[in-house]
Design a protein around this ligand. Sequence first.
Ligand code: OXD
Ligand code: MN
Length: 587
Amino acid sequence: MALTQNRAVLDWIDKMAAMTQPDQIVWIDGSEAQLEDLRAQAVATGEIEKLNQEKLPGCYLHRTAVNDVARVEDRTFICCEKKEDAGPTNNWMDPKEMYAKLEGLYAGAMKGRTMYVIPYSMGVVGSPFAKYGIELTDSIYVVLNMAIMTRVGTAVAEKLDENFIKGLHAKADIDPEKRYIVHFPQDNTIMSVNSGYGGNVLLGKKCFALRIASCLGRDEGWMAEHMLILGIQNPAGEVRYLAAAFPSACGKTNLAMLIPPAHYREKGWKVWCVGDDIAWLRVGEDGRLWAMNPEYGFFGVAPGTNDKSNPNALASTQKGTIFTNVVHNLDDNTVWWEGLDKNPPENAVDWKGNPWNGKTSAEKGAHPNSRFTAPALNCPCISPEFESAQGVPISAIVFGGRRAKTAPLVYQSRDWEHGVFVGSIMASETTAAAAGAVGVVRRDPMAMLPFCGYHMADYWQHWLDMGKTLGGKAPKIFNVNWFRTDEEGRFIWPGFGDNLRVLEWIMKRCFDEAGAAETPIGFEPKAEDIDLEGSGIDRATLEGLLGVDKALWKEEVQGIREFYGKFGDKLPQGLAQELEALDKRLD
Ligand code: OXD
Ligand code: MN
């Protein structure tokens, strides 16, 4: 039975059903009884496998098709009216043409199947900042994941009005040649077809909460960002919040759940996770910037997660979690992945579904992009503010990337406009872990390159405009780099929990409690401003980590000039000026 009487919602569902022709339509009410029934159905068909319920209560395993294991940026489209509004970093097609193409792919795609109607909320239901959507899908796996990643069901359906975000997902034949992830910002519509991989089909996440929401933010005066949100509690008991953006493979989830070094814990420092991937940021009534995490779970990369790198993430996966494309340990019906421990199972099944012996197999057992979908409330350090309707006030915005030499451990931007410049030039160097040349600089402004739903240069202008609105109450903007290497290519900074040493300085700067030295690229701590006790790093090494190599930065300026060239006259004047000013300061 429909959970809403809203005509706009019901008419749209009728239209999508007429196109896809499901055998039946089932509304997801969010009840445990209904979810449990769906789990049983999916177990019966082999879509998911029930894991050892003593060791991993409520946990299941799923394997995607082998050709369907990651987001597909080359098949992701922003279909706004005019091509120039999508910008040079997005794929675009005329909306009419795309709708026509998609209609062909969706026609009859749900014949013999069930269409599930998932009313879901991004944000706390009833919060003035929450936004509501419906995802239609023919996949129980998607329903079960959405029920972890977002708030779903009757309470959301009651909030739906004609402004809901429309999402249609059909697995179809999982044909990669016919796979499309399409956004129609002017219609608040997302259409995904021929995939069953999370990032392409959990439409609340990248599609809605970043691509569509970035457009809504531009129009409504707020920001949707690819950022973690972290609360840092100092020994005085004050909790201060930061939001941070990093490209993938830079340890975002680890930073979001950081455990303070022993020396900090003894003094009373605590870290609280508000979010690990997405932040919606608005100007509050007090004029400050407030952030909320629109999600309800973590869709984390499994490989490399262990009780040293991220014990909080690991703990989050011990109940009510869906694992995708990891190793199935047949001895005790649990899961394993590379980097979990040094004891791979011998009697196991790999992510492709083939027999696998961790002691003898030359191939990896888990896919490098294998995932866990875990309830955020499982996280031992989840913030007491996680369910707060207004979110948390942000004191600092932190950008970062993976740079072997150029970027210092940390620097503070000169002001908001310079901070926007710092975000716009974010970059990472490719590592040996990925195919292709090592050490190639990839620009990923604000870590939003694959997620910005409109022209990147207009997005930068929006950032500059937000700074004008915030004025003196704007958060301070910083850049960090945990990845500087020595001559042998080894990381110098210990990273992980020790990153709190840098975050402490950042927070103190926001409250005028710490000093800084001016450099051509911004303000840096003096070596004595960072607490190194118990870090194994001495002052001289820290000074090295803070060094700014002018010759390298001159090359960087060249690289930025080239990158900015892509954006033509849309590039905000303010950013062009920041680049020239940096160039001069380096002389
Ligand atoms: C993610 C991503 O899955 O950024 O969060 O790709
Ligand atoms: Mn992400």
